[in-house]
Design a protein around this ligand. Structure first.
Ligand code: MN3
Length: 213
């Protein structure tokens, strides 16, 4: 994936995640909010042909290599594209119980999947203002839970993003109003553990930050 970036369709119907995540929220969140990040990322890059062959991962991993004039725009809008791809891409209407190599690592480091999700929920609630709670893997292979503001992406911190929950109000306010914790509980019910395990196995295999993603 490189310039010009396009809006990836949702891998499920808009009403597929009901009652946990409602169709109206998904229409606005994907078709309006995420699309704006795609459009604004392309706008930021249009006059910089040298950057057109770079992947989103490359653009986000080493911001110091970007021209200063577009560094913030690429961080915010590129992060907006990457983070939403990951968020929407790891939801499913056919959730299964976690299993596989990722579950083994989670169990080793957190006790069990529920304990890891409890940490993500705490990070999601503690995030002041807009941002995400993340499950990431550091360069030593350790799993970590982190809260990051705005559209900041863990790649910039040399961590590989595995899973995220969007806690911008646009992700939940239509249905959950001010009840962010209830939304995070609902989000946990529709995580695609199969895809998440595949993502983990890919990164864990090569033990690197880029260009695996
Ligand atoms: Mn969002």
């Amino acid at each position: 994936m490189h310039y010009p970036f396009t809006l990836t369709p949702l891998p499920y119907a808009y009403d597929a995640l009901e009652p946990y995540i409602d169709a109206q929220t998904l229409h606005y969140h994907h078709d309006k909010h995420m699309k704006a990040y795609v459009d604004n990322l392309n706008k930021a890059l249009v006059d910089f042909p040298d950057l057109h062959s770079l992947s989103l991962t490359q653009l986000l991993s080493e911001p110091s290599r970007l021209p200063a004039a577009i560094r913030t725009a690429v961080k915010n809008n590129g992060g907006g594209v990457y983070n939403h791809e990951l968020y929407f891409g790891l939801l499913t209407d056919k959730p299964r119980q976690p299993e596989g190599p990722l579950l083994q690592s989670i169990t080793h480091q957190f006790g069990d999947a529920k304990a890891m999700l409890t940490q993500m929920k705490a990070a999601a609630i503690a995030q002041f203002g807009s941002g995400y709670a993340w499950l990431v893997q550091d360069i030593h292979g350790n799993l970590l839970v982190k809260g990051l503001p705005n559209q900041d992406n863990p790649l910039e911190l040399n961590c590989y993003p595995l899973l995220c929950v969007d806690v911008w109000e646009h992700a939940y306010y239509l249905k959950y109003k001010n009840l962010r914790a209830d939304y995070v509980d609902a989000w946990m019910q529709v995580i695609d553990w199969n895809k998440l395990d595949a993502r983990y196995s890919l990164n864990n295999h090569c033990r690197c930050i880029t260009p695996c993603g």
